[in-house]
Design a protein around this ligand. Structure first.
Ligand SMILES: [Mg+2]
Length: 260
C-alpha cells in the first residue's frame, strides 16, 4: 500500500501570485469603471468570505466566479479571466518556494518510500501553473483540489481518491482550522508548519512544541482564525518551522481519528 505524506500548498510550500500580482492587476483593470475612491478588491474579499461563512466550500475558492458576480453586481461590463492572469504571473520571481531547499527535502522523503501529495483548496487551474513554474509539479505524485473532488478542506472527502490507493500517514499545513483539523479527523499525523516560530521554540523538540501552552494560545489568537476554540481537533501533534524538520521526526499515523 502506498504511504502518502500530503502538503497544503499556499503558505506551506509556495507563494502564489494572487496578492502581489493578480489582485493588483484586477484592481487596475476595473479602476476605470469605478469612482476614484472605490476599490474592487474589498468587494471580492467580502464575497469570498460570505461564501466561506455559508459553507459553500467549493464556490468559495472559485475566483473567476466570485469576480464575475462582483462585476455584475456593480454593473461593470468587462470580462477578466483570472486563470489567464495566474498563468501570466506564474513566473520567477513572482512565484516561489517558501524554502529554497524544499525540493531536496521532498526528494529525500521520496527516497524514504513516501508518495507525496498536494492537498489544496485552490482550484487546479490556479495552482498548477504555479507548481510548474517552481518545479514542484514533478515532485508531487498526486494533487487534490476541490475541482475534481467537489470538496474543500476541512472536509476529509477531499482525499477520497488518495485513500482508494494508499494510506495517509501525515498532512503538513499552515492552518489549524483547515490542515490540522483535517489530518486529525483522518487519523493522520497532523503537522503544523509555522514559518514565524520564535527562536526559543525552535530549540524544543517538534513533538513537545504543541504542549507549550503559551505558544499554542498565541497561534490560536491569530487574526485568520476569528474565534476558533482550542479544542483537541485543532491541536497539531507536531509543529515544525521548516520542512527540513520532517526528516527528523517520526512519520507515522496517529490512528486515533477523532471521528473515524
Ligand atoms: Mg495554506
Amino acid at each position: 500500500m502506498k504511504k502518502y505524506i500530503t502538503f497544503d500548498l499556499d503558505e506551506t510550500l509556495m507563494q502564489n501570485p494572487f496578492r502581489d500580482w493578480v489582485f493588483p492587476e484586477i484592481e487596475s483593470l476595473v479602476a476605470p469603471h469605478l469612482q476614484v475612491t472605490d476599490r474592487i478588491l474589498p468587494e471580492i474579499i467580502k464575497e469570498q468570505r460570505e461564501r466561506v461563512r455559508e459553507k459553500r466550500d467549493v464556490a468559495a475558492y472559485d475566483w473567476d466566479d466570485i469576480l464575475e458576480v462582483v462585476l455584475a453586481e456593480h454593473g461593470i461590463p468587462i470580462k477578466i479571466n483570472i486563470a489567464d492572469l495566474v498563468r501570466k504571473h506564474s513566473v520567477d520571481p513572482k512565484v516561489f518556494l517558501l524554502e529554497r531547499n524544499a525540493l531536496t527535502i521532498l526528494g529525500e522523503l521520496k527516497k524514504r518510500k513516501f508518495k507525496l501529495g498536494g492537498v489544496t483548496n485552490g482550484f487546479y487551474k490556479y495552482q498548477y501553473p504555479v507548481l510548474e513554474a517552481i518545479d514542484l509539479a514533478e515532485q508531487m505524485d498526486t494533487i487534490l483540489t476541490p475541482c475534481e473532488t467537489g470538496f474543500a478542506k476541512p472536509d476529509i472527502r477531499l482525499v477520497d481518491p488518495l485513500l482508494k490507493e494508499g494510506e495517509l500517514i501525515a498532512h503538513v499545513g499552515d492552518r489549524l482550522d483547515h490542515d490540522v483539523y483535517f489530518a486529525n479527523q483522518l487519523g493522520a499525523l497532523s503537522i503544523l508548519i509555522d514559518h514565524q516560530m520564535p527562536e526559543v521554540l525552535k530549540k524544543i523538540a517538534p513533538k513537545k512544541r504543541a504542549k507549550q501552552k503559551g505558544y499554542l494560545t498565541k497561534i490560536f489568537q491569530r487574526k485568520i482564525y476569528d474565534d476558533l476554540t482550542p479544542e483537541e481537533n485543532y491541536i497539531p501533534k507536531i509543529i515544525i518551522h521548516s520542512i527540513h524538520e520532517l526528516l527528523e521526526v517520526e512519520l507515522k499515523r496517529e490512528n486515533l481519528a477523532v471521528n473515524p
